[in-house]
Design a protein around this ligand. Sequence first.
Ligand code: HEM
Ligand code: HEM
Length: 185
Amino acid sequence: MPTDPRLTRHAAPLRALHWLTAIAVIAIYGVTYLEDLFARGTPERAAVWWVHISVGLLLIALVALRIPVRIFGRNPPASRQISRPMAIASHAAHGLLYVLLIATLAVGVYLAFLRGNAVSFFSLFTIPSPIAVNRDLARQVIELHEWLANALVVLALLHAAAALAHHFVMKDDVLKRMLPERLAP
Ligand code: HEM
Ligand code: HEM
């Protein structure tokens, strides 16, 4: 992934995809807490998973767009205002965020097919399942999906806290690199 030393912030498409991904991850995780508000078998409970799966498909599209943007787009080098060990650590954390995101999404789709859920995008279209329903296996896969989702959210929270610490404590340009010029000149 070549970098362009003239750039001091991430390209606009990557910034847009970053913030849309962050909002979608918070929404998809948050919506799972609504499940317990509704009794089993009610349409409201089914709607929770309809939203969860629909936002999941949206996230898959965001990540699928982001990978080529990241690989083939023009990227800035690491901030000159942070040390080399810090740049290596943040690079590793970003790599792990991508891995957890992709793994959670892939296991989520597999889980939906195993449970026999309709994998639909807000009922606009439905992806037919290529595999047979297997509720026993689904019970094990849900544990893996939940573990990956929790790891992703914990790491994203640490990542957000680090970004805020860079901005307000270390007062460097790390957060600005992910914001538009008119918000953070
Ligand atoms: C970053 C993305 C995702 C996050 C953070 C996430 C998170 C979660 C969490 C926390 C649960 C609850 C587990 C439990 O209560 O035991 C869950 C369940 C589930 N997720 Fe996801 N998920 C994501 C993506 C997806 C995707 C892409 C799909 C499918 C297209 C999906 C399908 C499901 C299904 C079918 C369940 C179980 C529903 C049920 O118990 O009836 N998830 N997810
Ligand atoms: C689920 C939520 C989030 C995910 C999955 C996520 C993921 C990522 C990833 C993978 C990168 C590396 C750049 C790239 O290759 O695209 C990145 C960069 C960045 N993120 Fe996030 N992020 C999330 C939320 C946040 C939040 C809430 C903040 C701020 C409070 C934030 C601030 C930043 C900043 C400042 C960078 C640029 C760091 C640099 O240039 O060295 N992120 N994020």
